[in-house]
Design a protein around this ligand. Sequence first.
Ligand code: ADP
Ligand code: MG
Ligand code: MG
Length: 892
Amino acid sequence: MAKWVYTFGDGKAEGASRMRDLLGGKGANLAEMANLGLPVPPGFTITTEVCSFFYANGKNYPVELKAQVEAALLHVAKLTGRGFGDQKTPLLVSVRSGARASMPGMMDTVLNLGLNDVTVEALAKNANDRRFAYDSYRRFIQMYSDVVLGVEHHLFEEILEQFKESKGLLLDTELSADDWQVMIRAYKAKVEQVRGAAFPQDPHEQLWGAIGAVFGSWMNQRAVTYRRLNDIPESWGTAVSVQAMVFGNMGETSATGVAFTRNPSTGAKELYGEFLINAQGEDVVAGIRTPQNITEAARLEAGSDKPSMEMALPAVFAEFVRVTDMLEKHYCDMQDMEFTVERGKLWMLQTRGGKRTAKAALRMAVDMANEGLISREDAVVRIDPASLDQLLHPRLDPAAERKIVATGLPASPGAACGEIVFSSDEAEQWQHAGRKVILVRIETSPEDIHGMHAAQGILTTRGGMTSHAAVVARGMGKPCVSGAGTIRVDYEKGTMSVAGKVFKAGDTITIDGSLGQVIEGTVPMLQPELSGDFAIIMEWADAVRRMGVRANAETEADARMARKFGAEGIGLCRTEHMFFEGDRIVAVREMILADDEAGRRAALAKLLPIQRGDFAALFEVMAGLPVTIRLLDPPLHEFLPHTETEIAEVAAAMNVPAKRLARRAAELHEFNPMLGFRGCRLAIAFPEIAQMQARAIFEGAVEAKKKTGVTPLPEIMVPLIVTKVELDLIKADIDAMAAAVAAETGETIVYTVGTMIELPRACLQADQIAATAEFFSFGTNDLTQTCLGISRDDAGSFLGAYEARGILPTDPFVSIDQVGVGELVEIGIARGRKVRPDIKLGICGEHGGDPASIAFFEKVGLTYISCSPFRVPIARLSAAQAALGRKAAGQA
Ligand code: ADP
Ligand code: MG
Ligand code: MG
C-alpha cells in the first residue's frame, strides 16, 4: 500500500532531511530534528506525492489517505496525551505548507486548529487560563477564515480596532478574557454574514478544510508567479505538515521567536534573532509589537530597553544555545530557526539553511572552513558566483535616502553618480576636465563608446537588457539603467524631464544599475571590498580550478582592472573599440571611404602609430601574460559618418568633395551588415588593414619589451573564418610582417596565429582550420546568432515570449544553448584536436562570465574562458565549482 503520511515526534521520525523532495523542506527537517532527539512537537507530514495525485485526479485524494491521516492523528494523540476533537483534553494542531524550496507565495499557516465553542472551554480549564484560551480561539477563527474560507483578514482587524477604540485600549495584550469572548462572538457573526454559513465547529471538517487549502494554494496566482520567477517546476508540489500545537501565548514564561546561528547580514559567528514574550508565531513577523533581542550582546548593541531572552528566560536560553550549536554542526551550515517556548519549555518548530548576503556568505564559508566544520572545497562550492556581483561594484549605501525619479531596467550592476550629459563628445570633454558624468541617451550606438567610457554610468530611455547600452556597459563594468521609459530626453534643449521635474545638463543624478533606479542628486556609496574573505575564497578557488580565466579588454584601464580581479591574460582585445576614441574615428573613416589602396594606405599610416601605442600599453600592463588581439571585425557601416557635419569633417581631412564621400558611404550600405562585409573578409579584400594591425602589434610588442624587459605574448586572432584558405592568406601576411619587423628592429617576438570559431561551418571545418590555426577561441555570441538564426539585437521582441512558453529554457545569449550551439562547440573541439592535439581552446563573449555556461566549458575541456573584467572573479569561482563538480561526479 502506498505510503502518503510520515509521522515524527518523541525522538523518532519516519522521515529524514534527505527526503526533502517527498516531505518538503519543512517536513523533512522537522523529521530530522526529531531524529536528533530535539524537542519537536509531534506531528505528521502528508507527502508532495499527494499534491501531485490531487492535481492529476480532479482534486481528489488517494483512497488510503483518510485512514493514514486518522492513524497519524492517533499517534500524535498518544504522544501528547490528548485527543483530536476530544472535549476534555483536546489536541490542537497547526497546518503548515512546505515545498522542496521555501516558497513565500504559498498558503499561510493555520494555528490552533481543533478549537470550537466546546474545546475552547476545556483548553481554558486545562491551562487554567481563560484569557489564553479565548485569545487562541479568536486567532484561530481569524486565520482559518482568512486562509481557508476566504473571509478577509482586515474584516476582523476592523472589528478589533473599533472595539479597542470604544474601550480606550491600545494594545492587544490589554484585552481581558471577557473582551476576547466578545470578539469571538463578533468574529463568528462576521463569518456567517460573509459566507452565509456558520464557522465550522467539527475539528475534522476544519482539518480537511485546511489540508485542501494548502494543496489548493499550490496553484494560486502568487505561488504560480513565484515559481515562474524562481524556476521552480510545478511538478514538485507541496507537502502539508500537521503538528501538535505548543503555545507561546501562555503568559510571561512563554514566547516565540526566530533566530539564525550566525548573523545573516555580516556573517559574524553570533546567535542572532528576535523573540516576543507571550505571543504566537505570526506576531513576530506581523510587526504588531517590537520584538526583543535574543542575546544580551545584541540588545546592548541595539540599545534596546526590552530584556533579551538571555536575561528574561536564562534557562531556556541556555538550552536554545545548545540546540542551535548542535543544529549548525549537524547541517554544517548556518541555520534559520523558528521556536516557541511554552511555560519555560523550549520547542523547535523549524530549521533550514539561512539566507544571507553575499558578504556574509563569504565570511561564513571562510570561518566554517577555518573552524573545521567544512572543507575549503565545500567553502568554494557554497558561494553563489552570481552573488559576487553585489560586491564587485560600488553600491549605494543602503542606509541612505533615495529620491527615486524613475525606474528602468537593471541593465548593468553597480551605482554611479555624476553630472548629466546628453552627448558622448561632451561626456569625454567633461571627463577630461575632471568632472564625473552620467551619459543620458535615448539609446546608444557604437559611436557612443568613447562617451560610455568617459561616463561613470549610462542611462537610456529606450532599449532592453540586451540593448547596445546594456551589453557594452556590462562589458565595461559600468552601471547602466536602460529603458527608463518615463523619462523624456530633449537633445535640442539639453534637458531630461520626468515626473514634472526638468533636469539640465550639469545637474547631478545617481543611478543604481542593480535595481534600475534613477535618483535625484548624490547618494553616498560603499566601495567594493576585494581583500579579506573575498580574497581568501578566490585563492581557494584558484587552487582547484583547471581552466584559465582571462578578460576581454582593450584599454589600459580595463586591462589594469582585469589584473586586479585576477585575470591571467587578455582573451579578447577588440581592436575596433580602439577606433572610436578621440579624433581616430576621422582617420578610420578616411580608410573606409578611400577609393583605392593608396588612399587607404595613407589613412592607415595615420592609424599605425596610434594602434602601436595602444598595443604597447596593453602588453605593458599584462607583463608577459598572453594577449589575444582580434583583427578588425565589425561591419564597416558602424564607422560610417552619418550626419552632414561628420561627412564634411572627413571630406576635409581627405581633401575630397563632401558629395563624393556621401555617395561612397551610400555604396557601402548593407542590408544585413552582421552577415556582410566584416571579419576576415575585410582583411581578404583590403590586406593592408590587417598588415597595418600586424605591424602595430609587433612594433608595440618590441616597444613594450624594451621598456619593461618582459617579453609580450601576442596571440593574433582572425575573426569570422569559414574556411582554411582565408586563414592561410591572412596568416601569410602576418608572418611576413613579423619577419619584416624583426629585421627592422632586431627583436624577434614569439607569437601565435589563431582564429575565432564563430560560424557553424568553421566548427565543421575545424580539422582543416586547425592545420593552420594555433588556437581556437569560440565566439559564442556570433555562433549563437548564426546557429539559431537569431539576431541578438532584434531578439528582444520575441525571445520573451519564447522563454515564457518554455520553448527556450533561458536566453541563449545569456546562457549557452548546450544542445545546439554547445554541440557545435564540441564538434569544433573534437575535429580541431584530431589535427592539433594540444590546440589551445578558449571562449570569449558574454557566455564566458555565465556560471551555467562555464560548467559546460569545463565539461568540454576548454583551456580558458574570457569575460569582461568585472566578471573575472565570478568566472574564477564558477570554473572552480565546475572542476569540483566534475571531480565529485568522478569525471575528472
Ligand atoms: P512559514 O512557512 O510562513 O514560516 P510556518 O509553518 O513555519 O510558516 O508557521 C509560522 C509560525 O507559526 C512558526 O514559526 C511558529 O511560530 C508557528 N507555528 C507553526 N506550527 C506551530 C505549532 N505546532 N505550535 C506553535 N506554533 C506553531
Ligand atoms: Mg516558518
Ligand atoms: Mg563575433
